[in-house]
Design a protein around this ligand. Structure first.
Ligand SMILES: *Cc1c(COP(=O)(O)O)cnc(C)c1O
Length: 228
């Protein structure tokens, strides 16, 4: 896995991206996307000291959480079916994929029963790719107004995925738009509190995401395989 070498390399790239954009590397949380790894390898990642980990499949979380729950901060980044909410609840610290109101209602209902408060990012589909989940930007403000009323959900920020392309000119406006949408939510005061986090940037594009304000970057390939 060459974890050490890859992590050092990624941290250096984070530092350079911060320098270019006048940011402090401490503002950026690195999430290791362990969906590619088995339980033992995931434990190695946690033991190494990467304590934010992310999974995208409910079954995987259930298996890994059973063994590793005392370690790390857990992020769920995959599409979440409404009928799986019950199983998953309580087994993650952050949900990055809140993308529809029916899901929000189900989470709220179940969380209330368990006396939990769920921290969630709203996923926005800025690129408009039909293969990606997420609310259209035009739907976002109305969605926020409705979610505000669900008191077992705490919105912490917004999440998006850029298309998998090389051209930075295609990727950058997508990340910039997510930042503008966050600022718009805050300026309007429609949530009743301020949100700060931007979950954006993967192996292919994390430096651009940092330059545009990412606070959580989600990296798998570049950490575990070295090359994208
Ligand atoms: C797999 C995945 C990542 C990590 O992608 P890499 O290109 O391997 O870094 C990030 N975010 C989401 C939502 C993913 O599904």
């Amino acid at each position: 896995m060459q974890l050490k070498e890859n992590v050092l390399n990624v941290k250096e790239r984070i530092r350079f991206a911060c320098e270019r954009s006048g940011r402090d590397p401490k503002e950026i949380q690195l999430i290791a996307v362990t969906k590619y790894l088995d339980i033992d390898q995931t434990k190695q990642v946690l033991d190494f000291g990467l304590d934010h980990i992310a999974e995208n499949k409910v079954q995987q979380v259930l298996k890994k959480y059973e063994v590793l729950k005392d370690q790390g901060t857990w992020h769920f980044i995959g599409h979440l079916q409404t009928n799986k909410v019950k199983q998953l609840l309580g087994k993650f610290d952050y949900l990055h994929s809140l993308d529809r109101f029916s899901l929000a209602q189900e989470i709220n209902k179940r969380a209330k029963l368990q006396n939990l408060k769920v921290q969630a990012f709203i996923q926005v589909n800025i690129s408009g790719e039909t293969t990606k989940s997420g609310l259209a930007p035009e739907e976002l403000l109305e969605f926020v107004e409705k979610v505000r009323l669900l008191d077992s959900i705490r919105i912490v920020g917004l999440m998006t995925m850029a298309p998998f392309v090389e051209e930075k000119e295609v990727i950058r406006p997508i990340f910039r738009r997510l930042r503008e949408l966050r600022d718009e939510i805050n300026d309007n005061g429609i949530l009743g509190y301020t949100i700060h986090e931007l979950s954006m940037g993967m192996s292919n594009d994390f430096e651009v995401a940092i330059e545009e304000g990412a606070t959580f970057i989600r990296l798998g390939t570049v950490l575990f395989k070295g090359k994208v």
